[in-house]
Ligand binder design. Structure first.
Ligand code: SF4
Length: 183
């Protein structure tokens, strides 16, 4: 990659995902050092930023949308990001996260907090600390415009590297040469 005059302001976030796709980012290993020359990580589980910043060039989003908090967050991300990359099958289709849709929010809460609970002294859902579940888990593109899709479960590290390299260099890429759904 040529030297970039201005570093890309990069954010990453996981919403309703298992963190496996973020582990794949770390799996780039020594390639992270190469990528780090071209990006400033301004918000991510990897850094200690508390608030999602403005004027982000690229946000990589892992996970589907399962709660009212996820919806608010993805809208905030869209307002403040030039590009959004949906990373992994959960972000793109709902995937594992959307298995809940077979049972509905009430069924999942009933199973998690009552049927399988050893202790629930309040006999109620912890609604003050658990965000409100949506009736249906949604992929990102059903709520906001998504610019790039990178499938896989998890998204493979080499596909993430090739995608980031292409974006840094400002060229298009056929990501299906490197990954596919369920890979
Ligand atoms: S796509 Fe797979 S690895 Fe990535 S967050 Fe979803 S379940 Fe985890």
């Amino acid at each position: 990659m040529e030297n970039s005059p201005k570093k890309i302001r990069l954010a990453t976030i996981w919403l309703d995902g298992c963190s496996g796709c973020h582990m794949s980012i770390l799996d780039m290993d020594e390639k992270l050092i190469e990528i780090a020359q071209y990006v400033d990580v301004v918000y991510s589980p990897y850094v200690d930023a508390k608030e999602f910043p403005s004027d982000v060039d690229l946000t990589i989003v892992e996970g589907a949308l399962s709660t009212d908090h996820d919806i608010a967050m993805i809208k905030k991300i869209r307002e403040n990001s030039k590009l959004i990359l949906a990373l992994g099958d959960c972000a793109i289709t709902g995937n594992i996260s959307a298995m809940k849709n077979l049972f509905g929010s009430d069924g999942v809460l009933q199973k998690g907090y009552f049927d399988l609970a050893d202790i629930n002294e309040s006999n109620a859902y912890p609604s003050k600390i658990v965000p409100k579940l949506l009736d249906k888990v949604l992929p990102l593109h059903e709520v906001v415009k998504v610019d790039y899709f990178l499938p896989g479960c998890p998204a493979p590290y080499n596909a993430i590297y090739e995608m980031l390299k292409a974006l840094i260099e400002g060229r298009e890429i056929n990501i299906y040469e490197y990954t596919r759904f369920g890979k």
